[in-house]
Design a protein. Structure first.
Length: 292
């Protein structure tokens, strides 16, 4: 599930209720404020989604910072997986279960030494945020831009060890490129910059990346079409049941499709749906992503 929270004004109880009733496993929020986080915690988000990673708040953030929540313990987290001229793009990497039902060490996007995420657990068991360990030192370059990559035991383990097949991971990211009203150059650069996630060596042909968020673009825009050509598929387009229009929430028509759930090869989308959450100008977007 992804939602732009309109400067942190979205109704926290409504968000948490939708997480509960829809069985959401991963939640990406954009335009988040500290006040919204406090209200989400009071509404019980930590009981349903006990792990989280936020981007680092900056004065240049477009409307607020981005956060991603998970029901499952991450193998790794990072506050900014790719540098774009907009709010940080936080990411959580989850391990896929093995054929025997077990879990494996994960390949990961590393970072700048802060890959263990928000270490603010208050000890009550419901606010355990990131738990990935390790010192990250590498910044990997691809032909589409720079993506934070790992130089850790977890990453090397995922490449395979003697007698074991390589493990697989899924990395979920919460992204919010700037709108054209904040400058067309940054708007385009932010959208195109997300291609580096699909092109990262740590993803390759085996691991999977999912980018969710208000991407301030649609197939009408050349930058978004280039993003799809860079290795992503759009859940709404792939499901093929028509567009899921998400902005503005107060109009039934004309709405446009700005919010997206994108993924690299290996997944099949279903159940794509947009719906209203109180006090924000975007509709939320949900999808079920299944392994192919």
């Amino acid at each position: 599930m992804t939602l732009n929270c309109r400067y942190g004004r979205a109704d926290a109880d409504d968000i948490v209720e939708n997480v509960r009733t829809r069985g959401i496993d991963v939640l990406a929020l954009q335009e988040v404020s500290d006040d919204l986080i406090a209200r989400l915690d009071a509404a019980g988000v930590g009981t349903l989604l006990p792990y989280r990673q936020s981007g680092e708040p900056k004065g240049s953030d477009n409307g607020g910072y981005n956060v991603i929540f998970s029901r499952y313990e991450p193998a790794a987290t990072v506050p900014n997986v790719v540098a774009i001229p907009a709010a940080d793009v936080p990411a959580i990497t989850l391990r896929l279960a093995g054929e025997d039902g077990g879990t494996h060490a994960a390949s990961r996007f590393g970072g700048d030494g802060s890959a263990d995420g928000n270490d603010d657990n208050d000890g009550n068991g419901s606010d355990t945020y990131g738990t990935a360990a390790g010192n990250d030192s590498g910044v990997g370059n691809t032909d589409r831009g720079a993506v934070n990559t790992a130089n850790s035991t977890a990453a090397s383990t995922a490449n395979g060890t003697a007698g074991h097949a390589p493990e697989r991971t899924v990395t979920f990211c919460s992204a919010h490129p700037k709108s054209p009203m904040r400058g067309c150059a940054d708007w385009s650069a932010g959208i195109l910059g997300l291609r580096a996630i699909a092109g990262a060596k740590v993803i390759g042909d085996r691991n999977i990346a999912v980018v969710m968020g208000d991407l301030n673009s649609s197939t009408d825009h050349p930058s978004f079409r280039a993003l799809l050509k860079g290795g992503f598929k759009d859940a709404s387009l792939t499901q093929g049941t028509g567009p899921h229009l998400t902005f503005p929430s107060w109009l039934r028509w004309p709405r446009i499709e700005l919010d997206h759930i994108l993924f690299t090869r290996g997944l099949k989308p279903s159940g794509v749906e947009s719906f209203v959450v109180k006090y924000t100008d975007h509709l939320a977007l949900v999808a079920t992503l299944s392994l192919r």
